[in-house]
Design a protein around this ligand. Structure first.
Ligand code: PMP
Ligand code: GLN
Length: 384
């Protein structure tokens, strides 16, 4: 392998899936629903496959239908004015969206601020762009930033900040005050924000998702990334997008041309339909997940694991200190092998310098059948 990829191991998701299967554990590891995408959305994909006109290359930046749907969705939910022709690029999932944004907007040698814990593809993306990650941790148990630490992370070399809200794995949804603090620093230091908002519709209680692009002075310095995987329970489709000011999207588009060129064509027709579903779809989607969250917290309440109720995403970070002594990876092995439940140890969401912060924590995902979540309760009782 090249030196560029020398430090990349097998992703933790593959490793844990293998182990969960081997021990027949209920898999609350990877954020991957174990139920199907909505029937009508799947039906639109089937129709597109059979229409006789969507089985060849799609336009490189995405189909006009999906680019319009992304712009309409941003107008409907966030009152943002996006140009479908020059302000949207359809990508192979949010994963390619973040990569193409980093490759298209960051120069070799630049610094990119990454908030920890981070989604595990961000740092490899920065390394593949020959840039340098600069880490700023969220502090448990509240998973909040230390303002001084964030301020100190900015330097004359800072080119971009990678933000994720609602946040995987903490379940935080950043408040207007937190986002304003981040935004003011980015404006002061002339920094671009790459904002990963794939969990934009996964909100609980009174939590409200605020795209940082909607804050004063931020639209012209933000690219926003999202995906159909989470909002339509279709993680296998890998249709995502990046939207924002055309001047920034130009960079993303140039990289995207030579990363994938174009994305699965029939799926774009189906995702354009899905994004346009009425508000009732999005309300029922949230209600379904609110009920799943209640099933998981009910299971946790009789387990001895401590947690904070997430504001968004389909993840809960649990603290296992009362029931187990050891590292998160050791706890994960114990949970899979002795209890029959798989989780994700969060070490791979941290740099070496900060990994001690997450000692005592593990991530559970609740995008699972209600029956699976009820069985989890029966098993977690054994932890006590
Ligand atoms: N960003 C975050 C924060 C995620 O949790 C995920 C996980 N699916 C992704 C990006 C990747 O999204 P996609 O499957 O659309 O590439
Ligand atoms: N985003 C999902 C998670 O965090 C899936 C990640 C993946 O499979 N790469 O679990």
């Amino acid at each position: 392998p090249a030196r560029r990829v020398e430090t990349f191991g097998t992703t933790i998701f593959t490793e844990i899936n293998n182990l969960a299967q081997q021990y027949n554990a209920l898999n609350l590891g990877q954020g991957k629903p174990d139920f199907d995408a909505p029937g009508d959305v799947v039906g639109e994909m089937v129709k597109a496959l059979q229409a006789g006109k969507y089985n060849q290359y799609a336009p490189g930046p995405g189909t006009p239908s999906l680019r319009k749907a992304v712009a309409d969705h941003a107008a409907r939910f966030y009152n943002l004015d996006i140009d479908p022709a020059r302000g949207v690029i359809v990508t192979a999932g949010a994963t390619e969206g973040v990569l193409s944004a980093v490759l298209g907007l960051v120069d070799p040698g630049d610094e990119v601020i990454v908030i920890e814990p981070f989604y595990d593809s961000y740092v490899p993306d920065i390394i593949m762009a020959n840039a340098r990650p600069v880490y700023v941790p969220l502090h448990p148990p509240t998973w909040t930033l230390d303002p001084d630490e964030l301020r100190a992370a900015f330097s004359p070399r800072t080119r971009a900040l990678l933000l994720n809200t609602p946040h995987n794995p903490s379940g935080r949804v950043f408040s207007r005050e937190e986002l304003t603090f981040i935004a003011e620093l980015c404006i002061e230091h002339d920094v671009t924000v790459i904002s990963d908002e794939v969990y934009e519709h996964l909100l609980f209680g009174s939590a409200q998702h605020i795209p940082i692009a909607t804050l004063p002075g931020m639209f012209e310095r933000t690219v926003t990334v999202s995906s159909s995987g989470k909002s339509f329970n279709a993680t296998g489709w890998k249709v995502g997008w990046v939207y924002g000011h055309p001047d920034l999207l130009e960079g993303v588009a140039r990289a995207h041309q030579f990363v994938t060129f174009a994305v699965h064509h029939p799926a774009q027709e189906a995702v354009a339909y899905a994004l346009g579903l009425p508000d009732s779809y999005y309300q029922e989607f949230q209600a379904m997940y609110q009920a799943k969250l209640a099933l998981l917290t009910d299971a946790l309440d009789s387990s001895g694991l401590q947690y904070r109720v997430p504001e968004g995403t389909y993840f809960v970070m649990v603290n296992y200190a009362r029931v187990f002594e050891g590292t998160p990876l050791e706890f994960t092995h114990h949970l899979i092998k002795e209890i029959g439940v798989a989780c994700i140890p969060p070490e791979s969401f941290y740099s070496q310098e900060h990994v001690a912060i997450v000692q005592g924590y593990a991530r559970l995902s609740f995008c699972k059948n209600d029956d699976t979540l009820r069985q989890v309760k029966e098993r977690l009782v054994k932890l006590q």
